[in-house]
Design a protein around this ligand. Structure first.
Ligand SMILES: [Zn+2]
Ligand SMILES: [Zn+2]
Ligand SMILES: [Zn+2]
Ligand SMILES: [Zn+2]
Length: 99
């Protein structure tokens, strides 16, 4: 009853390292990835982890906040003039300071 491993049939390889068995699917990019390349807490792969929004941890970022330097997504961008952007948290701090 020894079945041979057939490529791509039952076990698929991690789409990042292409070495280990892919046991997880990234919820953002839908890549199939191995345990090493997956962040279980966030449910995302390593590639997405590097570019995920650091505020909501939900969406892929589109740039850095001018003030805090964090990666932020479109949703968490409160202000953008095309070249620089400011996140929602920094904007609310600025607004508080203005009072
Ligand atoms: Zn991998
Ligand atoms: Zn991913
Ligand atoms: Zn965000
Ligand atoms: Zn900020």
């Amino acid at each position: 009853m020894m079945k041979k491993h057939t490529d791509g049939l039952k076990t698929s390889l991690c789409e990042i390292c292409e070495e280990k068995e892919a046991n997880y699917v990234c919820r953002l990019c839908k890549r199939k990835v191995c345990e090493n390349d997956f962040n279980k807490e966030k449910g995302i792969c390593k590639v997405c982890e590097m570019s995920i929004c650091e505020i909501c941890n939900e969406n892929l970022s589109i740039g850095y906040c001018e003030i805090c330097g964090r990666l932020i997504c479109e949703k968490c961008t409160a202000y953008s003039n095309g070249t620089s952007r400011i996140c929602v948290e920094c904007i609310s701090k600025i607004n508080k300071g203005k009072n």
